[in-house]
Design a protein around this ligand. Structure first.
Ligand SMILES: [Fe+2]
Ligand SMILES: [Fe+2]
Length: 455
């Protein structure tokens, strides 16, 4: 999905431009009110599609500051300034400061390659990007009559769309992987087809995940691709029947993978050879290790394992960006280059995830509490430095295992015994009381293949 960064201090005008851009282009619009906040965002999202900025906000030369930043970074992001063209940056376009929101939206559409009908001055055909992973598990789009395009640069300031897959064409996973290997991240489809297309792919994924024969690397890959679609659906289309169905099949598939012999070896093999979704890898490995660790406790049961599976699947579901998921401590959050708005989302993400999960039917009792407490605070807000003993023991177990998984996934290549020793040294210092410590001991025993019950 295209992303536009909009810097405008006037609340009403900002909301109107945002709504119209979202409606016409189907894009994601991130709002900022100062050059500083906008630059912080550009540092973490350097591939944004367009920046729209007011030339002067208060006493700040906002447009110029942003143009200078983009020029210094040798960026090619188009910058649409509402005001005067005041910079030497090659990709600046300006509209007069007194232009209506309609004109600003139209110029933005033009820059992004959206076609406008000149007679009625209305958008008649536009295209929305869809991640390439949507095409990996389908072989044609004929049932919804949807042509597929790529976006190419027409000139310095405009894009055009070139049809790549006709709606009647058949294609294979290998064909799509070739596009992916060449660096293509997104195809484009017409805006009218978007919901139908996403629903079509979702239904296909649901059917494929339910195939009993699916196993090993194939199941892991499909589950990872389905997880990405689930995240997209929750954040763009919301929680509807198909999202619920996809989540149900994804969790069932995760459980089937856990039943397979050598599940950890299969996962590591898949991870080594394929670009798995980082969010899925994190959730799946948490789930797998939690199931192994809980076997060392005398409160292991089918119900507890089910709770852990749901909690592992959903705990970070409110975060769209993997870089947000990597923040696990208050200092990391404070030192991050995220905007104040995003910092707030990360700080509250445990609570936000629990609120999303509350909207799904048939969630096992206790899952919402684990999700809320998975960074150690009862309220689901913040990253307490001191370990709380007032949260539930199962949440304590989750916290230790997640920390282990985070450290484990940071290791490049095959983990050595020295790598594991370093992780355990770090974890042993921190997790030295009640269930935290028992989980730590169980984790160590697990890696040394010892069977020991703790209560
Ligand atoms: Fe997490
Ligand atoms: Fe988290």
């Amino acid at each position: 999905m295209s992303q536009i960064l909009l810097i405008e201090a006037d609340d009403t005008l900002r909301k109107i431009i945002k709504l119209n851009l979202m409606k016409s282009i189907g894009c994601d619009v991130i709002e900022k009110q100062t050059a500083k906040d906008a630059i912080s965002l550009l540092q973490i999202l350097p591939d944004i599609d367009l920046v729209i900025s007011r030339e002067i906000i208060g006493t700040e030369n906002t447009g110029l500051t942003i143009a200078n930043y983009l020029e210094k970074e040798a960026s090619a992001i188009p910058l649409l300034i509402i005001g005067n063209k005041i910079s030497t940056y090659n990709h600046v376009i300006a509209v007069e400061a007194n232009q209506s929101w309609k004109n600003i939206t139209n110029v933005a559409c033009k820059v992004l390659g959206v076609v406008i009908d000149p007679d009625v001055n209305r958008i008649v055909a536009d295209y929305v990007p869809v991640g390439i992973h949507y095409f990996l598990n389908i072989t044609s789009t004929s049932s919804i009559g949807c042509d597929v395009y790529i976006r190419v640069k027409k000139n310095e300031k405009e894009f055009q769309f070139v049809k790549r897959l006709h709606s009647k064409d058949m294609f294979s996973r290998a064909d799509i992987l070739k596009y992916k290997e060449s660096g293509l991240k997104e195809f484009y489809i017409s805006k009218e087809h978007f919901t139908k297309f996403v629903n079509f792919v979702t239904a296909e994924l649901v059917a494929q995940l339910g195939r009993a024969k699916l196993e090993g690397v194939d199941r892991a890959l499909l589950s990872s691709e389905a997880y990405e679609v689930t995240l997209d659906r929750i954040h763009s289309l919301g929680i509807d029947d198909l999202t619920i169905e996809l989540v149900k099949e994804s969790i069932y598939s995760m459980e089937s993978s856990l039943q397979e012999k050598n599940n950890l070896a299969i996962f590591l093999k898949t991870l080594k050879a394929n670009p798995l979704s980082c969010a899925y890898a994190h959730s799946y490995l948490c789930c797998l290790i939690l199931h192994k660790v809980v076997a060392h406790f005398d409160w292991e049961s089918v119900q507890v394992k089910e709770k852990l599976t749901y909690a592992a699947y959903f705990h970070d579901i409110s975060l769209k960006d993997i870089s947000f998921m990597e923040i696990n401590a208050i200092k990391e959050l404070e030192n991050s280059k995220l905007s104040e708005e995003d910092k707030k989302i990360v700080n509250n993400h445990a609570l936000l995830s629990s609120a999303i999960v509350e909207r799904f039917p048939n969630i096992p009792a206790g899952v919402i509490t684990i999700i809320k407490e998975h960074h150690g605070s009862k309220s689901g807000i913040g990253f307490p430095e001191i370990l709380s003993i007032s949260i539930t023991p199962i949440s304590m177990m989750f916290i230790v295992v997640e920390h282990f998984v985070d450290e484990f996934l940071k290791i490049k290549g095959t983990p050595s015994s020295d790598d594991l020793k370093k992780i355990f040294l770090m974890l042993g210092k921190r997790y030295n009381k009640v269930t935290y410590q028992q989980t730590f001991v169980a984790l160590q025993n697990m890696t040394q293949h010892k069977k020991k019950q703790v209560s």
